[in-house]
Design a protein. Sequence first.
Length: 587
Amino acid sequence: MERVVRARQWHTDKRNFKSPWETQYFLSEINSEAVCLICKQKVAVLKEYNIRRHYETKHQESHKFQDTDRTGKANQLLAQLKTQQRTLLQPSAAQENATRASYLITEELVKEGRSFSCGEFVKRCLTVAAQCVCPSQTRAFSQISLSRNTVTRRMEDMANDIREQITTKTSGFTVFSIACDESTDISDSAQLMVFLHGVTEDFEVTQELAGVETLPGTTRGVDLFSAVEQVVERNNQNWGKMAGITTDGAPSMVGWISGLTRLVSDKVSECGGRVLKYHCILHQEQLCAKSIRLQDVMKDVVGIINIRSRALSHRQFKNLLDELDAQYGDVLYHQEVRWLSRGRVLRRFFNLPRKTSNIQVPMDRNWIFDLPFLVDITELLNALNLQLQGKDQIITQLYDHVRAFKQKLLLLIRHLSTENLAHFPSLKEVGWMEDSAPKYIDILNNLVHEFDSCFEDFKENATAFELFAHPFSVDVDTVSEEVQMELLELHCNSHFHNLSKLPLLEFYKSVPAQYPNIRKHAQMMLSLFGSTYLCEQTFSIMNLNKSKHRNTLSNSHLHDILSLSVSQLQPNIDKLIKNKDRLHVSH
């Protein structure tokens, strides 16, 4: 009975060659089964009697070894067995290289928005190239597996690895913010994008796609909040660490009673935090641009240039431009959903030859002067729009662009009042009509008012922005009381005055822990999203992949594609290869 107990204990603890009878009978455990190291046979019942009988009947010669020699011989046999197993299981260098190439090619296919079946076409191209350039390596290229199923598996592996890396990074955040936007794909499935922007204690900034959630039913505020809640909890984030949320202006997002921002704010308040709510700065800029009261001019221009909708007229118009040796060979097709379409359309139309009877241009005197004025103002708005786009922009920098544009508008108003057209090149080219000045000044004043109204949420936090962007020039009396004492110490420290010329992120990295409130404020500012630009960009990638030719793409695969396409992280391909038990060229 005692021997049986000892055998069971050995099997449970997985100890090799620790007790006398184990070394005596050359026994080891392989894949949770007792195996004889000499003949490699499995022992059916783990009892000493059965083991002794096996060795006495089949391995009588093993008794010639003494205790010390027996232990050494057992270790030698075990090492040989493990070497054989590694030889059988370890992939060859050619197989490993082929698998790595398969992963890398799959990553490129996904980022270019190609279908999974394109992998087979790429493999045929590689084979043809190898036959021409290096015929001796044709077999190595043919071992790269790029079948549709293989490409799908590779994509899933890399997307899961990216998500694991994001989860690992987000676990160290001291503060984070999210940007949310919702849109529908070509199959009318509602997709919610949630981007996460977090900062660690050491000011390491991470900005990644936290999740894409498909909403099967309605897209009310409670539905959006439920999806955001899943994303936040899946990334192991504490709601109390959330600093801000940025959305577009849809009612389900910003509703006062049951909108997403309100529900998120309530959730963060329950966890002892406070969240700042922002309306995307890009959307607000577009709303301001639409307030210019010259819609009749834009309507006439669109009516003239949208001859592209008629193929014959379009061909004739292009031939006309070629005959006139025009600067542009065609005109753009105006679409309201494109941010920069308006300015480019107006500029090209204005540059068209105006001495041709083939273009039915209105001859109204006011219209002729309104067009160049609209061209100049729209180009200024386009320049602002471009400044507000892009990744990794700090919210204070975005707001600085808006403030600068408002000052430009005030300058234009002063110039118009004195008939100075220095910043109106198109209007200056046409000429000046004195009775137009009051109308144009009124348009610009209305635009200034719209900017003040739309950017009220940014204006409310102007002091916090000033503290972060200009800590040495901000008035101490205007900032929060919890940072006043630390700010005074910072003002009087000449060492930090010398470091103030560094970029903001580098400067705050150098601020020591003895200024905890200033560091915490900087981390919060660095985490805030100023726009949903990343969401809009990801929707473009979504529409490129899930198009009318790939409308059956599953939601899970769509999410994997987006995770790989927009992430700043690289999948750990060496780890993925290592985790595979066995590599074959067909896998």
